[in-house]
Write a protein that binds this ligand. Structure first.
Ligand SMILES: Cc1cc2nc3c(=O)[nH]c(=O)nc-3n(C[C@H](O)[C@H](O)[C@H](O)COP(=O)(O)O)c2cc1C
Length: 362
């Protein structure tokens, strides 16, 4: 499957853009586990044009995570055009426009899925980005605003004619938010509406079996995984293996699991600062330790600490063979050594950049 000149191989798996989730430490983990393409979380066009620190930081891409797309959102043509120029200067493999975010404060300004109520403006924004960017431009959207206004086939044709190089569709309407099931039955119709560009299917591909089913049953060219990767970056490895030989590898050992969580925590703290990093990691533990004996107790313990080292201390010394009546044991888990190396390591180049950032912040 290709997006312009970018060859992603056959049946590629993409990490979805997810606010506060798809940041560099997580993108790096997912790439290592087999994600073929990753996206930044959505970045406000307004924030970029005003030079807001938080927005600008989100543009940063590391060589190890490429290929990567930068996703921008906004409802003002001039602002989104300018944001595309700024994003383009970072040399991402592609620039993605978010026309799918359902959040009220975004849609009320014609951003995200809000634009599905104003297709001429959607076209104008897309046109502006395609003209401003040197890089391929892609779009991620939803089926429509609500059940009464699903015009995704028309939207797909319009976007392709405007010069978009791939279309990702989360198969829900804006009104559905994240409720109900994703309506994969729309994918063949959208695919038929497109002439040359690939369709990226998104929504509820949360297990290797579902990833395969989305490919097999709908004819999408790529599958984008969101929530299924939160606390489970191994989903990319597992889904790839399942697609290739119909078997899912053994789950990671406890040691692997803990070292990935530690790496994620260390990376997040380096990226966001310790306080925010520790806080944001809290929403990951549910996924990381799901089904493990003592998971709820471990989570409670991890949540009690505000310092990274204290969290690591709990994590690396956790004995999972203590009883916990609240969580059923899903499968026997490997006995782990009493201690793991204290310092989780990141790729050297990433660490060097993080050190530089930490120094300049000090
Ligand atoms: C925590 C979270 C943050 C999200 N942030 C974004 C975002 O920044 N940009 C975007 O296009 N979609 C965002 N989404 C939507 C996902 O990219 C994806 O479309 C949606 O979760 C459906 O896919 P899934 O069923 O595989 O999770 C977010 C979803 C979640 C759960």
């Amino acid at each position: 499957m290709r997006i312009a000149d970018l060859d992603l191989g056959s049946r590629p798996l993409l990490l979805a853009p997810m606010e506060d989730v798809s940041d560099p430490p997580f993108r790096l983990l997912c790439r290592r586990m087999g994600a073929d393409l990753v996206y930044t979380e959505f970045i406000s066009a307004g924030g970029l044009t005003y030079g807001a620190k938080g927005s600008v930081q989100k543009l940063e891409l590391y060589d190890e995570e490429r290929p990567a797309g930068i996703q921008i959102f906004g409802g003002e043509v001039d602002q989104v055009r300018e944001a595309a120029r700024i994003a383009d200067a970072q040399n991402p493999e592609l620039i993605d426009i978010n026309f799918g975010c359902p959040v009220k404060k975004v849609v009320c300004k014609d951003g995200g899925a809000g634009i599905l109520r104003n297709l001429p403006k959607m076209e104008a924004i897309t046109q502006a980005v395609v003209e401003a960017a040197q890089r391929p431009v892609t779009v991620k959207t939803r089926l429509g605003w609500n059940d009464e206004s699903i015009r995704i086939e028309e939207v797909a044709r319009m976007l392709e004619a405007t010069g978009v190089q791939a279309l990702a569709v989360h198969a829900r309407t804006r009104s559905q938010m994240y409720k109900g099931t994703a309506r994969w039955e729309w994918f063949p119709r959208i695919k038929a509406a497109l002439t040359d560009i690939p369709l990226i299917g998104n929504g509820d591909a949360t297990t290797p079996e579902k990833v395969k089913a989305m490919f097999d049953e709908t004819g999408v060219d790529a599958v984008m995984i969101g929530r299924g990767a939160i606390g489970n970056p191994w989903i990319f490895r597992d889904a790839k293996a399942f697609l290739e030989h119909g078997e899912i590898p053994d789950p990671p050992t406890w040691e692997e699991r803990v070292s990935v969580v530690a790496e994620h925590l260390v990376g997040k703290c380096a990226w966001l600062g310790e306080r925010k990093g520790v806080l944001e990691m809290r929403r990951m533990y549910g996924g990381y330790f799901k089904g493990h004996r003592g998971a709820s107790r471990l989570r409670t313990e991890l949540m009690q600490h505000k310092e990274k080292d204290a969290v690591l201390e709990v994590l690396l010394n956790w004995r999972e063979d203590e009883p916990d009546v609240q969580v059923p044991v899903a499968a026997p888990v490997a006995v782990r050594p009493a201690r793991l190396p204290k310092k989780a390591t990141l790729p050297a180049a990433v660490q060097a950049r993080i050190d530089k950032r930490t120094k300049s912040a000090a």
